[in-house]
Design a protein around this ligand. Structure first.
Ligand SMILES: [Zn+2]
Length: 307
């Protein structure tokens, strides 16, 4: 009798298991469906056009490229791309930029030579008309980095070395290089850091700059910061946050990444300072539109992580 009962229970367990597996499979397919569907130029442009505030000429896209970085700034007909994700993300980034109607990148910034920043740059360089390219002096010997150099050479372009204090305009948005280090051999420390001002608003793009970079200069108050080094505890010190007094922070980070980014302490520091946090692993692609005085944040389920 007891044996029979046992058999019945184990049969029930098997059926429950099958139901759970089927449910997971259906949910999994749904998720993949959303992301594969949207990886098509027309669908990308349709999805973006439904969400982007048309009244604003100034937009920043903080793309969800997994554990990597890629930000696009559009101001009227001028464009700047800061980093281009991992190597596998390149074709998706190209499709997305084309979906946005972009033909020329006026300023292309490779903040530093790590693959999660320059990975897709070769695809972008090959596919678009390119204005000025900024990259730090320090190089690396990875194939990915060589691919970028080859793409630059193939189009007879040159690399501008960043100089602290140098600035340029993206239409009526001013962009200044506030941190760069062409002497160091450490790739993160060589990160190009940009500060943009548009109307009364300001925006920092930290690359993978670390506390050593933060301590090297004094920082102006800045409304919006793209957090350095994917929220690692090597960056975003309390002193630095006290100087910039940001209201909004964006963290570009992969879901369940191997590095434990973003670091809990960094998140706590931001929360203690009442900074509103957006994360690409939770919020997807984040779109900021600015009218010169106020920033509007929108989230778009658009993943350009080709891994
Ligand atoms: Zn990085």
């Amino acid at each position: 009798m007891s044996r029979k009962k046992k058999k019945k229970t184990s049969k029930l367990k098997v059926w429950l298991g099958i139901i759970v597996i089927l449910l997971l499979a259906v949910l999994g397919l749904d998720n993949r469906g959303v992301f594969t569907e949207i990886r098509n130029r027309e669908q990308i442009s349709r999805a973006i056009s439904t969400i982007v505030n048309k009244d604003s000429n100034f937009k920043i896209f903080y793309f969800d490229v997994g554990q990597a970085d890629c930000s696009l700034i559009m101001n009227n007909d001028k464009t700047m791309l800061i980093d281009a994700g991992n190597e596998e993300d390149g074709p998706l980034i190209v499709e997305c930029l084309k979906g946005l109607g972009i033909e020329k990148i006026d300023y292309l910034i490779g903040t530093h030579a790590h693959e999660d920043h320059i990975g897709g740059l070769d695809d972008v360089i090959s596919e678009f008309s390119i204005g000025t390219i900024y990259m730090p002096k320090v190089q690396t010997n990875t194939k990915n980095f060589e691919d970028v150099l080859n793409a630059i050479e193939n189009k007879n372009l040159t690399i501008e070395m960043p100089v602290i204090g140098e600035s340029f305009n993206l239409d009526d948005c001013n962009c200044t290089i506030v941190s760069a280090n062409n002497e160091t051999e450490d790739l993160n420390l060589s990160s190009i850091v940009l500060r943009l001002t548009y109307g009364t608003q300001s925006f920092l793009f930290m690359g993978d700059a670390e506390i050593e970079n933060e301590e090297a200069i004094s920082w102006d108050k800045t409304n919006v910061i793209k957090i350095g080094h994917h929220g690692s505890d090597t960056s975003t010190s309390e002193e630095f946050l006290a100087q910039i007094q940001a209201e909004l922070a964006i963290i570009s980070v992969g879901e369940e990444n191997d590095y434990g980014h973003p670091n809990d302490e960094v998140l706590n520091r931001l929360k203690q300072k009442n900074v509103n946090i957006f994360r690409t692993d939770m919020d997807g692609t984040i779109i900021l539109t600015c009218d010169g005085n106020t920033n509007t944040m929108q989230k778009l389920e658009l993943c350009l992580d080709g891994n």
